[in-house]
Design a protein around this ligand. Structure first.
Ligand code: DP6
Length: 324
């Protein structure tokens, strides 16, 4: 009973920040993202009646207790659905450097969900896989699909799932990740989602997402970066204002983060079509079209405080593979 699946991380254009229901990972707002081709996780799952416990390796090394617990809890949902109690051996590998500041939980839980479901011969459609992946990590709900994806917040387990807006080949956008720090973040996004409620600016941001979501959708469908860019910058800033005004406050930025934001504004004034977005960390994602990516990379490379650059384009969703 084994299967293997590959899935990509995603960069959100409209972010998920704040939960309505922690147990079910039901978000407070809809979100839109692009699944990435260059930051992926491949996971093999083998269920066996002979195993006493779940076993997890990440990049060929035994995983931490905390990671194993989170994966076991997620496998329990899949086991329950299939009506089995067998434990599993899980081998997960990332194609991107761990600790490079690229969030890996979306790719990890999308790949795990698909591999575990396939190993247990569960026949799930995209929406069902998305609901199940969401339980492991909210943003994993979106990584089930490739290209451009809309996650409907919903109000319960059934209504909260992602759907495809446009496939990867629809629009050749690039995400140039300027890595400025590689340390583990001090506050997990799970904790941050809980704290969002304590910010007086949460309501303002949620109202703004209602206005931005249809713009981002239109921008993606019409392939208009000049429409997309201002929306994604406005939402990333609003999310960080919520973080910074939570109690206790969360500061994910480093001084280099603000320096990069200012650099992007200067580059744009000079005629380069590039926009930024920032997740729950200090690294800055520079969003541009493929035609401009070399220019963007050259400008980022010239900044002495950028430690590493990762370049990704739109990639496929879950890909089932032959187990090695
Ligand atoms: C800032 O999906 O990582 O990247 O459900 O706790 O795994 P968990 O949270 P997660 O939160 C993502 C936060 C974000 C914005 C986004 O990707 O939408």
């Amino acid at each position: 009973m084994r299967a293997q699946a590959d899935a990509g991380a995603n960069i959100a254009f409209i972010k998920y920040w704040g939960v309505r229901d922690e147990a079910l990972n039901l978000p407070l707002n809809d979100s839109i993202s692009m699944t990435l081709d260059a930051a992926r996780t491949t996971t093999a799952v083998e269920f066996s009646p002979r195993l006493a416990d779940d076993v997890l390796t990440i990049n060929d090394k035994p995983a931490s207790e905390a990671a194993l617990r989170r994966v076991s809890r997620h496998l329990d949902l899949v086991r329950e659905r299939a009506g089995v109690t067998w434990r599993a051996r899980v081998r997960s590998r990332n194609t991107f450097p761990m600790g490079a500041g690229v969030a890996s939980s979306a790719a990890a839980f999308a790949a795990l969900t698909a591999a575990a479901a396939a190993a247990l011969r569960l026949e799930l459609d995209g929406a069902e896989l998305s609901r199940l992946a969401r339980r492991g990590s909210g943003s994993a709900a979106r990584s089930v699909y490739g290209g451009y994806v809309w996650w409907h917040a919903g109000t319960d387990d059934t209504s909260s799932f992602a759907e495809l807006l446009a496939p990867p080949e629809h629009w050749d956008v690039r995400d140039v990740v300027a890595v400025v720090a590689t340390a583990e973040k001090a506050v997990s996004s799970a904790e941050g989602h809980r704290l969002a409620h304590t910010s007086p600016f949460l309501r303002a941001r949620l109202a703004q997402t209602q206005r931005l979501l249809p713009c981002v959708r239109e921008a993606v469908l019409r392939r208009e970066l000049a429409l997309l860019g201002p929306c994604i910058e406005a939402d990333a800033l609003a999310m960080h204002f919520v973080m910074m005004s939570s109690r206790p406050p969360l500061f994910y930025w480093a001084p280099e983060t603000l320096a990069l934001i200012k650099a992007v504004h200067l580059w744009r004034e000079a005629g380069l079509a590039v926009y930024f977005t920032i997740d729950a960390g200090p690294n800055v994602h520079l969003i541009c079209e493929a035609a401009d990516v070399e220019q963007v990379i050259a400008r980022v490379q010239a900044l002495e405080y950028v430690r590493e650059i990762i370049v990704a384009g739109p990639g496929p969703g879950i890909v089932l593979q032959e187990p090695a």
